[in-house]
Design a protein around this ligand. Structure first.
Ligand SMILES: Cc1cc2nc3c(=O)[nH]c(=O)nc-3n(C[C@H](O)[C@H](O)[C@H](O)COP(=O)(O)O)c2cc1C
Length: 176
């Protein structure tokens, strides 16, 4: 059974990114995966310091990524890129965590522009040898699209569920 972990790069309690990732995770579970969610708003993770090995929850969080066969990476769009919260976690994890891992990308935007954020995620995940799947999800006007944890738009929900399924399928292949 593939293990899929979602990583949410928002610190907000009522995060739309986290809500969308939960939808993708449910689809992954329906496809037979064991699922896990790392909510970066609810962990103890100081600003990465290269001179220090073990900071806050870093070792436990890295292990959860390392043991996963697939990752669903989600972030809010901040200044046309991904959040500093996501970047901080990115600095802790390297190819040791992401080698042979299928990765699916998701970005939520307040406005309409998420393309740069998905590109930045794609190139930085490639840098750590992840297998980033071509299917990706961008959600514009996220606070209106996601209400109380649910998608208003069926097509967007289906696209997000598809991300969970595709990452699970590729994760299964990479396990073989
Ligand atoms: C510091 C900051 C910068 C932001 N920059 C952008 C931006 O460049 N483009 C955009 O469309 N939305 C921007 N937003 C809005 C967020 O992307 C949007 O509200 C997102 O859905 C929040 O995700 P969350 O609910 O998971 O926290 C910004 C929000 C914050 C707090």
């Amino acid at each position: 059974m593939a293990r899929i972990v979602a990583i949410s790069g928002s610190r907000r309690e009522a995060s739309t990114t986290k809500a969308a990732l939960r939808v993708a995770l449910e689809a992954a579970a329906d496809a037979g995966a064991e699922t896990d969610l790392i909510d970066l708003g609810a962990v103890d993770l100081p600003l990465y310091h290269p001179d220090e090995d073990d900071q806050g929850d870093s070792e436990r969080l890295k292990r959860r990524v390392r043991e996963a066969d697939g990752v669903l990476a989600g972030t809010p769009v901040y200044r046309g890129s991904y959040s500093s919260t996501f970047k901080n976690f990115h600095d802790f994890c390297g190819s040791h965590e992401y080698e042979d891992t299928a990765v699916g990308l998701l970005a939520t935007a307040g406005g309409g522009s998420y393309g740069g954020t998905l590109e930045h995620l794609r190139s930085t995940f490639r840098n750590v040898h992840a297998w980033v799947v071509p299917h990706e999800v961008g959600i514009r006007g996220a606070s209106s699209e996601i209400d109380d944890g649910r998608f208003r738009d069926d097509d967007l929900r289906k696209r997000t569920e598809r991300l969970g399924r595709i990452v699970t399928e590729h994760a299964e292949r990479l396990r073989e």
